[in-house]
Design a protein around this ligand. Structure first.
Ligand code: HEC
Length: 495
């Protein structure tokens, strides 16, 4: 079936295709081929409406004046019911080009079968009256983020409406409510007011109809239990609970900023902190910041710096996510290796190895364990003397700490977080007599997280986070609960 493409859309197609290049998801050669073919097909299609059919027939390699043979002779097939997908035949292979998602997938099955498969994403068991309207609204208003077939994915992380698990977690009333009110803290906008109630009902029905029919499930032997697991995966709002890493995956090519403040000098709830010092917030803060970058969706790198008062360390890190609940694995598992050196990476070097495991309990909570080995770790002390001078040489100890933490959503975008870092090997040598601990409240906004917490741990890099106020301030009772101080974390995903 041929769909006429107005000239304005041609420009869109070009811009979106150009986006494919910058996204770098396909090889340059493939992009050039695709652009070439698409531009020929589209230009030919719109030119034809304008004038000169004879020239066009020539361009189409002697095909008759109709556009279907033209598209076919170019190896281009429009996907029925989709305004963003095109099938492209090239050197005996078929590629599914999704302009909205900016992806190109190689398909080895024959074209006709492909068109068929994609066409199956069209509703097959929806109510006839609402279905047309629903499908139309979906392709106009939703497909940009959710994909023409509702399969989601892409950079916006929209859910896959064709998955039985996603559908199982979305009763009809909830679908309607989400469409009307949106999902705060995510990219999902509210449509109430922009769509009429009739339109919302129609598009809800369409979304529900995208789910596979019950019997399809057993045919493909998809175990329902394993599938429904993805619907129960918790999404940590930040790379940290407070100082404890969540080990969450970063987006491929995503850039993240982490900015932390620890007001370690004034306890929040005892002494002068509570009253005129705003829980210690108007005292001196230890402010650290770092950047993290997703090289792939599993491999990430990062650099992080803490200020002079705490030894001026710079930490470099490589992290790899080996297991992920989103991939139907029973736990999330990430390994991180890091090395830090004080005085801007020039002395007192410590190397760390962390194994971060986490598991979701429903999609509203997640629990974390992070065994951490630090080689040649240094006692946490406040740098003596004026700030620009070099921190002192300190003896190194190999330490082992066991981070344990949890996050529980109390509202859709608000979680309570808590963590504790007992040091199980060489704690006394490091002056750590009580485990560092923290708890707080974490708010997610799209691509941001803000965590306000209370802690006894002034350090935020891997080697320092198990240390407590007692050694920093040279006061052995400074890390008791009455010594809890306030702090906050800001995370921003820049790209
Ligand atoms: C700007 C991008 C965008 C647009 C436009 C958009 N959505 Fe969404 N939608 C999302 C994202 C992202 C999510 C996932 C939110 C999350 O993280 O839970 C979502 C979630 C949903 C959900 C809930 C799924 C779940 O598993 O909780 C429904 C239902 C939904 N969208 C329907 C629609 C409909 C219908 C339209 C069009 C009228 C639409 N969306 C338009 C981005 C979008």
């Amino acid at each position: 079936m041929y769909e006429r493409i107005p000239a304005r859309d041609c420009r869109n197609v070009f811009m979106k295709t150009a986006g494919v290049i910058t996204n770098g998801r396909v090889t340059f050669a493939a992009v050039v081929t695709v652009i070439g073919l698409l531009s020929m097909a589209l230009e030919a299609g719109s030119l034809q409406a304008a004038a000169n059919p004879a020239a066009l027939s020539a361009a189409a390699g002697g095909a008759s004046g109709t556009t279907i043979p033209l598209a076919e002779s170019l190896g281009v097939h429009f996907v029925p019911g989709s305004s963003s997908q095109v099938l492209l035949e090239r050197d005996g292979k078929t590629y599914l080009v999704d302009l909205a998602e900016r992806t190109i997938q190689a398909k080895d099955s024959p074209t006709a079968a492909q068109v068929d498969t994609v066409a199956h994403l069209e509703p097959s068991h929806s109510t006839p009256q609402g279905a047309d309207l629903g499908a139309k609204i979906f392709s106009e208003k939703c497909a940009d983020c959710h994909g023409a077939g509702g399969k989601g994915g892409g950079s916006r992380k929209a859910p896959d409406f064709t998955s039985p698990a996603v559908q199982a977690a979305l009763p009809d009333a909830l679908v309607t409510k989400i469409i009307r009110d949106g999902k705060p803290g995510t990219a999902m906008p509210a449509w109430g007011g922009r769509l009429s109630e009739v339109e919302i009902d129609a598009v809800s029905a369409f979304v529900k109809s995208l789910g596979p029919a019950k019997n399809k499930n057993s045919e493909h032997g998809v175990p329902q239990a394993a599938e429904s697991q993805t619907a129960k995966v918790y999404e940590p709002a930040d790379d940290y609970l407070f100082s404890m890493p969540t080990g969450r995956r970063l987006d491929r090519h995503g850039l993240y900023l982490n900015f932390t403040h620890r007001f370690a000098y004034t306890p929040a709830f005892s002494g002068p902190g509570g009253g005129n010092m705003l829980l210690g917030l108007d005292d001196f803060a230890i402010a650290s910041f770092g950047l993290r970058f997703g090289v792939t969706d599993k491999l990430s790198v990062g650099a992080y710096r803490s200020p002079s008062i705490i030894g001026r360390p710079i930490e470099f890190m490589v992290a790899y996510n080996l297991l992920d609940e989103h991939d139907h694995q029973p736990v999330n598992f990430a390994v991180r290796a890091s090395v830090d050196g004080q005085d801007n990476f020039s002395k007192n070097f410590t190397s760390n190895l962390e194994f971060i495991m986490s598991r979701s309990v429903t999609r509203h909570a997640q629990f974390y364990v992070a065994p951490t080995v630090s080689f040649q770790n240094r006692e946490l002390i406040q740098k003596p003397g004026p700030l620009p001078t070099t921190p002192p040489n300190l003896p190194g100890f190999n330490t082992f700490s066991l981070g344990i933490g949890g996050a529980v959503d109390i509202r859709p975008t608000v979680a309570l977080v808590a963590e504790v870092f007992p040091t199980l090997a060489n704690g006394p040598e490091m002056g750590i007599h009580r485990p560092a601990f923290a708890f707080g409240i974490q708010k997610r906004v799209r691509h941001h997280a803000f965590t306000l917490g209370f802690s006894t741990s002034p350090g935020t890099i891997v080697s320092q986070r198990a240390g407590t106020r007692a050694t920093l301030l040279g006061n052995s009772s400074a890390d008791t609960p009455s010594g809890l101080f306030i702090g906050f974390d800001l995370m921003r995903q820049i790209y």
